[in-house]
Design a protein around this ligand. Structure first.
Ligand code: HEC
Ligand code: HEC
Ligand code: HEC
Ligand code: HEC
Ligand code: HEC
Ligand code: HEC
Ligand code: HEC
Ligand code: HEC
Ligand code: HEC
Ligand code: HEC
Ligand code: HEC
Length: 315
C-alpha cells in the first residue's frame, strides 16, 4: 500500500516535470505557432477541434482526410515533415503499373474512380461501342485485377482470333491487313459496320455509290477485293444502246468523259461546263433560261443547234 502511494507521488512529480512550464515542444524548432492554438490546459493529447486551420497549409484536408487523427499523418509531430504525395502515405496497390501520380485518378474522398471513360479517352482508346459494356478484366487481366499493365491497344492483339476466323471475306487470303481501324471503327457494335476509318478516297463512296454493299456485282463481286478495279465510270456504266438515253449519247458527246457532265450523285443532274467555251448556256443571255439540252439540240447524231423553240431563227 505504501509502495503504491510512493509510486503515485512519483508519477505526479514526473508528469509535472515533463509537461510543465519546461515542456519541450515535440514539434521542432521551426514551428512558430502558439501552443494554445491547438492545445488546451487539460492535457497535451487533447487537441482543439477548430484550433488550427489546416486548409491554410499547402495540403488542405479534404474528403476522408478530414476525419483522421493528426498523428496518423504527422507521425514525427514535426508538422512540415509530412510528405504531400499520395504515394508516400498510401501503398501503391497497382504495383507500379499506372505510375506514381495517384491524383490522376483518385481524390481523397474515396478510392473509387469516377473518370474511367475519360482516362481511356485520354489514352486514345475510348470505351465506346461494345468496348463500353465489356468487363474491365476482359482487357485487363491480372491476379489482383488492379494491375493495369500489359496494355495492348492495337486491335489485332485482342482480336487476332476473330481475324483468323473471318470468312466473309477471308481477311488473310484477301490481303486485308491487321490494322483493323483502317476499315472498322470502334463505335460499331459488330465487325460488319465498316467505319469511316476506311480510306476509300481514291474512289469516294458518296452519292449513288454511298449505300452500296461492297460486294455488289459491279464492285467487289464475291468478296474479291484483290481484283483491280478502274475508277473510270465506263468500266461499270456502259452507255447501253438498248436504253434510249436522251440526249443520244452515241453522238458528238462520245468524245467527252462521263464525268465531264455527270457526278456520282445522280445521272439526272447534268452540268456540261465546257459548253460555255463555244456557246454560253451557263453565262450570258441564256443563263438559266433553258430546261433541257434538247431545247436547242435535236436528239440526233448531228447534235446541231436548233434555236426555233424560242427564237424566230435557226443557227
Ligand atoms: C498546430 C497544432 C499544434 C500546435 C501549435 C502545437 N501542438 Fe503540440 N501537439 C499537437 C498534436 C496534434 C499533438 C499530438 C496529439 C496526439 O498524440 O494525438 C501534439 C502533441 C504535443 C505533445 C505531446 C507529445 C507526445 O509525445 O505525446 C506535447 C508535449 C506538445 N504537443 C507540446 C507543444 C508545445 C510546447 C507547443 C507550443 C510550442 C505545441 N505543442 C504546439 C498539435 C500542436
Ligand atoms: C491526411 C494527412 C494529414 C492529416 C490528417 C493532418 N495533416 Fe497536417 N499536414 C499534412 C501535410 C501533408 C502537410 C504539409 C507538410 C509540408 O510540406 O509542410 C501538413 C501540414 C501541416 C502543418 C503546417 C506545417 C508547416 O510548417 O507548413 C500543420 C501545423 C499541421 N499540418 C497540423 C496538423 C494538425 C494539427 C492536424 C490534426 C488536426 C493535422 N495536421 C492533420 C498532412 C496531414
Ligand atoms: C501524409 C500522409 C497522407 C498523404 C500525403 C495522403 N494521405 Fe490519404 N490518407 C492518409 C491516412 C493516414 C488515411 C487514413 C488511413 C487509411 O485509410 O489509410 C488516409 C485516407 C485516405 C482515403 C480514405 C481511405 C478509405 O479507406 O476510405 C483516401 C481515398 C485517400 N487517403 C486518398 C489520398 C489521396 C488521393 C492522396 C493524394 C492526393 C492522399 N490520400 C494523400 C494519409 C495520407
Ligand atoms: C490511371 C488511373 C489510376 C492511377 C494513376 C492510380 N489508380 Fe488506384 N485505382 C484505379 C482504378 C481504376 C481502381 C479500381 C477502383 C474502381 O474501379 O473504381 C483503383 C483502386 C485503388 C484502390 C482501392 C483498391 C480496392 O481494393 O478497392 C487503392 C487503395 C488505390 N487505387 C490506390 C492508388 C494509389 C496509392 C495510387 C498512386 C500510387 C493509385 N491508386 C493510382 C486507377 C488508378
Ligand atoms: C476493351 C478493352 C478495355 C476495357 C473493357 C477496359 N479497358 Fe482499361 N484500358 C484498355 C487499354 C487498351 C488501355 C491502354 C491504352 C494505352 O495504353 O494506349 C487501358 C488503360 C487503362 C488504365 C490505365 C490508364 C492510364 O492512364 O495509365 C486503367 C486504370 C484502366 N484502363 C482501367 C480500366 C477499368 C477500371 C475498366 C473497367 C471499368 C477498364 N479499364 C476497361 C482497354 C480496356
Ligand atoms: C485490350 C483488348 C482489346 C483491344 C485492344 C481491342 N478490343 Fe475490341 N473488344 C475487346 C473485348 C473484350 C470485346 C468484348 C466483346 C467480346 O469479345 O466478347 C471487344 C469487342 C469488340 C467489337 C464488337 C464485336 C465483337 O467481336 O464482339 C468490335 C467491333 C471491336 N471490339 C473492335 C475493335 C477495334 C476496331 C479495335 C482497335 C481499335 C479493338 N476492338 C481493340 C477487347 C479489345
Ligand atoms: C482493308 C479493310 C479491312 C481491314 C484492314 C480489316 N477488315 Fe474486317 N472486314 C472488312 C470488310 C470489307 C468486311 C465485310 C463487311 C461486310 O460484309 O459488310 C469485314 C468483316 C469482318 C468481320 C466479319 C466477317 C467474318 O467473316 O466474320 C470480322 C470479324 C472482321 N472483319 C475482323 C477484322 C479484324 C479483327 C481486323 C484487324 C485485325 C480486320 N477485320 C481488318 C474489311 C477489313
Ligand atoms: C467499279 C464500278 C463503278 C464505277 C467505276 C463507277 N460506278 Fe457508278 N455505280 C456503280 C454501281 C454498282 C451503282 C449502283 C447502281 C447500279 O448498279 O448501276 C452505281 C451508281 C451510280 C449512280 C447512281 C445511279 C442511280 O440511279 O442512283 C451514279 C450517278 C453513278 N454511279 C455515276 C458514276 C460516275 C459518274 C462514275 C465515274 C466517275 C461512276 N459511277 C463510276 C458502280 C460504279
Ligand atoms: C456532254 C454531256 C454528257 C456526257 C459526256 C455524258 N452524258 Fe449521260 N446524260 C447527259 C444528259 C444531258 C442526260 C439527260 C439528263 C436528264 O434527262 O436529266 C444524260 C443522261 C444519262 C443517263 C440517264 C438516262 C435516263 O434516262 O435516266 C445515264 C445512265 C447516262 N447519261 C450515262 C452516261 C455515261 C455512262 C456516260 C459516259 C460514257 C455519259 N452519260 C456521258 C449528258 C452527258
Ligand atoms: C441555248 C442553246 C443550247 C443549249 C441549252 C445547249 N446547247 Fe449545246 N450547243 C449549242 C450551240 C449553239 C452549239 C454550237 C454548235 C456549233 O457551233 O456547231 C452547241 C454545241 C454542243 C455540242 C457539240 C460540241 C462539239 O464538240 O462539237 C455538244 C456535245 C452539246 N452542245 C451538248 C449540249 C448539252 C449536253 C447540253 C445540255 C447540258 C447542251 N448542249 C445545251 C447550244 C445549246
Ligand atoms: C429555251 C429557249 C431558248 C432557246 C432554245 C434559245 N434561246 Fe436564245 N434566248 C432566250 C431568251 C429567254 C433570251 C433572252 C432574251 C432577253 O434577254 O430579252 C435569249 C437571248 C438570245 C440572244 C440575245 C438577243 C438579244 O437581243 O440580246 C441571242 C443572240 C440568242 N438568244 C441566240 C440564240 C441561239 C443562236 C439559239 C440557238 C442555238 C438560242 N438563242 C436558243 C431563249 C432561248
Amino acid at each position: 500500500m505504501r509502495n503504491r502511494f510512493i509510486i503515485f507521488i512519483f508519477t505526479i512529480l514526473a508528469w509535472s516535470g515533463l509537461f510543465g512550464a519546461t515542456t519541450k515542444s515535440p514539434h521542432g524548432a521551426k514551428m512558430k505557432l502558439e501552443c494554445i492554438t491547438c492545445h488546451t490546459t487539460d492535457n497535451w493529447l487533447k487537441i482543439k477541434e477548430k484550433g488550427f486551420n489546416h486548409n491554410k497549409t499547402h495540403f488542405p484536408l479534404v474528403g476522408q482526410h478530414n476525419a483522421i487523427n493528426c498523428k496518423q499523418c504527422h507521425k514525427s509531430l514535426v508538422f512540415n515533415d509530412a510528405p504531400t504525395e499520395c504515394s508516400s502515405c498510401h501503398t501503391d496497390i497497382h504495383e507500379g503499373t499506372v505510375g506514381r501520380d495517384c491524383q490522376r485518378c483518385h481524390k481523397p474522398n474515396s478510392w473509387i474512380v469516377s473518370n474511367i471513360r475519360q482516362i481511356h479517352q485520354q489514352q486514345g482508346f475510348p470505351l465506346v461501342g461494345e468496348h463500353g459494356s465489356a468487363d474491365c478484366n476482359r482487357c485487363h487481366q491480372s491476379a489482383s485485377s488492379l494491375r493495369f499493365n500489359n496494355r495492348r491497344a492495337d486491335c489485332y492483339s485482342c482480336h487476332q482470333f476473330q481475324y483468323e476466323l473471318t470468312s466473309k471475306p477471308n481477311h488473310r487470303l484477301t490481303g486485308f491487313g491487321t490494322d483493323c481501324v483502317r476499315c472498322h471503327n470502334m463505335t460499331g457494335r459488330t465487325w460488319l459496320s465498316i467505319g469511316k476509318g476506311f480510306d476509300h478516297s481514291y474512289f469516294p463512296l458518296t452519292g449513288g455509290h454511298g449505300n452500296l454493299s461492297c460486294n455488289n456485282a459491279k464492285c467487289h463481286e464475291n468478296d474479291n477485293y484483290l481484283k483491280k478495279l478502274s475508277p473510270d465510270c465506263t468500266t461499270c456504266h456502259g452507255v447501253s444502246t438498248a436504253v434510249a438515253i436522251i440526249p443520244a449519247h452515241g453522238t458528238k458527246m462520245k468524245k467527252y468523259a462521263c464525268n465531264d457532265c455527270h457526278t456520282a450523285t445522280t445521272w439526272n443532274n447534268v452540268r456540261f461546263s465546257i459548253h460555255d467555251s463555244w456557246f454560253g448556256i451557263y453565262s450570258d443571255k441564256h443563263k438559266g433560261l433553258w430546261n433541257k439540252c434538247t431545247d436547242c439540240h435535236n436528239n440526233d447524231l448531228t447534235y446541231k443547234a436548233n434555236c426555233r423553240k424560242c427564237h424566230n431563227f435557226d443557227r
